[in-house]
Design a protein around this ligand. Sequence first.
Ligand SMILES: Nc1ncnc2c1ncn2[C@@H]1O[C@H](COP(=O)(O)OP(=O)(O)OP(=O)(O)O)[C@@H](O)[C@H]1O
Ligand SMILES: [Mg+2]
Length: 507
Amino acid sequence: MVARVKTVAFQGIEAVPVDVQVMIQPGQTVMNIVGLPDKAVAESRERVRAALHASGLSIPPKRVTVNLAPADLPKEGSHYDLPIALGLMAALGAIPSDMLEDYVVVGELSLDGTLAAIAGALPAAIGANALGRGLICPAQCGAEAAWAGEDMNIIAPASLIALANHFRGTQVLSRPQAAIRQSAANLPDLAEIKGQETAKRALEIAAAGGHNMAMVGPPGSGKSMLAARLPGILPKLTSRELLEVSMITSIAGQLGEGRLCDQRPFRAPHHSASMAAMVGGGIRARPGEVSLAHNGVLFLDELPEFSPQVLDSLRQPLETGEIAIARANHHVTYPSRFQLIAAMNPCRCGMAGEPGYTCRRGPRCQADYQARISGPLLDRIDMRIEVPAVSAADLIAPSAAEPSETVAARVAAARLRQAERFSGSHVSTNATAPNSLIEAVAAPDAAGTQLLRDAAEVKRFSARAYHRILKVARTIADLDGADAVGRIHVAEAIAYRVAGERLAAAA
Ligand SMILES: Nc1ncnc2c1ncn2[C@@H]1O[C@H](COP(=O)(O)OP(=O)(O)OP(=O)(O)O)[C@@H](O)[C@H]1O
Ligand SMILES: [Mg+2]
């Protein structure tokens, strides 16, 4: 007899159904797993054997064959332990096999028969729900899986014995509750930043429209400080975004205690990050920083210090909002629609352009440093601002600064206007709107159009630059509460575009 158990394989954040077939035949005492298993799946043999033994069930001295179908789909990870163990138990008659028909099963086994947490419980639960089945997963993953559907059947036992008891009806497990982690209450506050009014205004616009932004300035002017205050003014994730973000975090195995978090991701990888760490890949093609920053912020501090190849690999996700990772035998795609915030010094010594300062290496100092960033990458950055050193007057006797709460309220109002405008489409911010749409909703008035035309002729904007200016202008108008984009909005948007002109010229 062949016992069958349904489980899943992950392809990106999608869960593809996999059939685990277990057959026990007379013959030599062996256990074979076939169907393109990777090392972790092949080793599952030993864990299953030990866990069953610890639970009081021994595999008979016969020939056991486990087939993972479809046979041409690579199977990676440790979550096949539990379906294989349950398949064996069903084949041995230890549990009724018809009880497994309504479930998708995932879970890793410890040698003592307890279940260990796995990565990807949320996508697995969503996949199971789509198949019209319930889910059996380890206890630690229950809270996360419960998000997949309110009336979905979920069993989250702590051990094989607990599961067997549940099926026998001697100790029925209750359905796990979906849990949410409250976002950290004490995020750093904007009011702590003295002066830097222009930079704060730009940060507010970037937050409101989800625009990419680069900050250039001398050491200690507060660039890293400004970026760290961005999470405090960004709106909370919507429920659809929350699920998207959590699926990626779940696949990456980074969902703490199985709780989802409604705060927007803010990823700040160090500049020594490798290509695989940034865009994803490596063993099991894990999501990289660009995907973990999906629907949130990717902050690259000291931008020119990143390897040029790593920076250029950001060009595709910045444009399309997803990243395709090619493997030897298949490829996976992860969503990666993030907002890029970058900070950098103008040159190696950090002081180029400061009044009364000349670089020791002359103009080459600045040119060489900035040449590490490619033109196409710069072209994708909507707003470039200079963050000069704080003046002594601002440091010693600063004027009253707005707290993050006030700014966050304005940002939320602007986001609401965008959500209403784009309702019905998958777009949520001006920055992510397709060009045709933005041309329709951000067409400036006559004076604004004239200004844009003049500036485009003088500055020779690329087609991408033109659309990105329109997007920023639309956001500025949204912050203003204006329905139409006026000359003043276009002017401010152009100013942010050309402020980094020195940067672009040097690159
Ligand atoms: N505008 C400011 N208001 C108050 N404190 C500031 C301001 N700017 C800088 N500081 C102080 O200086 C420290 C350094 O600032 P920060 O790390 O943000 O500088 P930076 O611009 O990122 O410099 P670098 O280019 O060297 O990375 C902060 O921890 C803070 O104490
Ligand atoms: Mg810094």
